[in-house]
Design a binder for this molecule. Structure first.
Ligand SMILES: *Cc1c(COP(=O)(O)O)cnc(C)c1O
Length: 397
């Protein structure tokens, strides 16, 4: 092998090669769907001494291991475990790192179901949560108590898009021996290198870009060398695994992840720039735009932006006006989740559940997921939507 061939693979090449070995599959290109509970052993010695790569379905299968290994290579982690949903990944990461009596610092911009986990199951286990301003940066030091063990980050927040100063927060955490866990779903490891920026554990809703086709639920949790053994142990004790078919679909998704993300980036920026020029819109919340809180940090730490962002409508519009806009859309569909090939739009209002930061955007807010449709078609759909918005608003005057 030449020196040249031995250098580490670049990400895009890695995405095409990780998690498959045709030599083990009769030459077929992809790792197939292995289904199984029982694994049989050829001899008494092999059975008693577990001399086999796989021992039982809950320990993993070649399909599960292929996705775990591919994700570890992509994130630069010591190891990865899977979960049947992104929320399952959040739960697994927090059950790995927290115990009864601990104190958790949680960003106020967090995905709402994560907040419900903190107020529900974690509270019941005697874990207390304090929310912090996502823009707190190194100031998080003042919130650390003797019993603080974990800081949870989500950057940017997946509704309001504040970009967090991850290096500043992880530096404080390291000084105080506090563990950092990040929900990196928006950027994926392609646009933000969570472990290289100091995070101990990073998680991804594979449901979004890794799956990429709105047909699978998946969570991926990766850990650095310090946390990997404990993460694997917690996972083995719970045995909450995704189905084999779902692992296959996410492995398939990885092959085109870089292309889909770049397209999402490009198309979302085009639509977001157009939205910025619209008189109905008071603000576009997109990390690549200077008016987004934390934009300078995004520029410093991220290598791209994905297809999800929000906008604030002018204060004059009512929810009835908004209903007229949304009900007639042809291409944008209303629905939760994102990261698929199709465009989505949802209204949101996080002022009801924020606890330490005051969310007063000054108008109704919408979150857009830009898919792979032609952007001119998307803009035409939104243009007609704004016409309905204005017509409904005008009728009431
Ligand atoms: C969707 C999402 C999750 C949860 O993923 P599911 O697979 O839907 O459970 C977690 N975090 C973020 C930021 C998400 O957008």
């Amino acid at each position: 092998m030449s020196e040249h061939a031995r250098r580490p693979l670049r990400t895009e090449t890695r995405l095409t090669q990780s998690g498959r070995n045709p030599a083990l599959q009769h030459g077929f290109v992809n790792t197939p769907v292995y289904r199984g509970s029982t694994v049989v052993f050829p001899t008494y010695d092999a059975l008693i001494n577990r001399r086999a790569e796989f021992h039982y379905g809950t320990d993993g299968t070649p399909t599960i291991a292929a996705l775990e290994n591919a994700w570890s290579e992509l994130t630069g982690a010591a190891g990865t475990v899977l979960s049947p949903s992104g929320l399952g990944a959040v739960t697994l990461a927090l059950l790995t790192t927290l115990k009864s009596g601990d104190h958790l610092l949680m960003t106020d911009s967090v995905y709402h179901p994560t907040r419900q986990l903190c107020g529900g199951l974690l509270a019941k286990m005697g874990i207390t949560t304090t929310y912090y301003d996502p823009l707190i940066g190194a100031g998080i030091e003042s919130l650390i108590r003797p019993e603080t063990t974990v800081i949870f980050l989500e950057s940017p927040g997946s509704q309001t898009f504040e970009v967090q100063d991850v290096p500043a927060i992880t530096a404080v955490a390291k000084r105080h021996h506090v563990t950092t866990v990040i929900d990196n779903t928006w950027a994926t490891p392609l646009f933000f290198r969570a472990h290289e920026h100091g995070c101990d554990i990073s998680l991804e809703a594979g449901t979004k870009y890794p799956g990429g086709h709105s047909d699978v639920l998946m969570g991926l949790v990766s850990a650095n060398a310090q946390w990997w053994p404990e993460l694997r142990k917690t996972y083995d004790q719970m045995a909450m695994l995704p189905g084999a078919e779902d692992c296959f679909l996410v492995l398939r998704g990885l092959r085109t992840l870089h292309i889909r993300l770049k397209e999402a980036q490009h198309r979302a920026l085009k639509v977001a720039e157009w939205l910025q020029s619209r008189p109905e819109v008071s603000k576009v919340l997109h990390p690549a735009f200077p008016e987004c809180p934390g934009h300078e940090i995004w520029k410093r730490d991220f290598t791209g932006s994905s297809g999800l962002f929000s906008l604030v409508l002018n204060a004059e519009y009512t929810t009835d006006d908004l209903a007229a806009m949304l009900d007639g859309l042809d291409i944008f569909a209303m629905g939760y989740s994102w990261g698929g090939f199709e465009s989505l739009i949802v209204p949101f209002d996080c002022s009801r559940y924020r606890t330490v930061t005051d969310w007063q955007p000054g108008g109704l807010t919408l979150r857009l997921q830009i898919g792979l449709e032609d952007t001119e078609d998307l803009i035409a759909d939104l243009t007609a939507g704004f016409e309905r918005l204005n017509a409904a608003h005008g009728q009431k005057k």
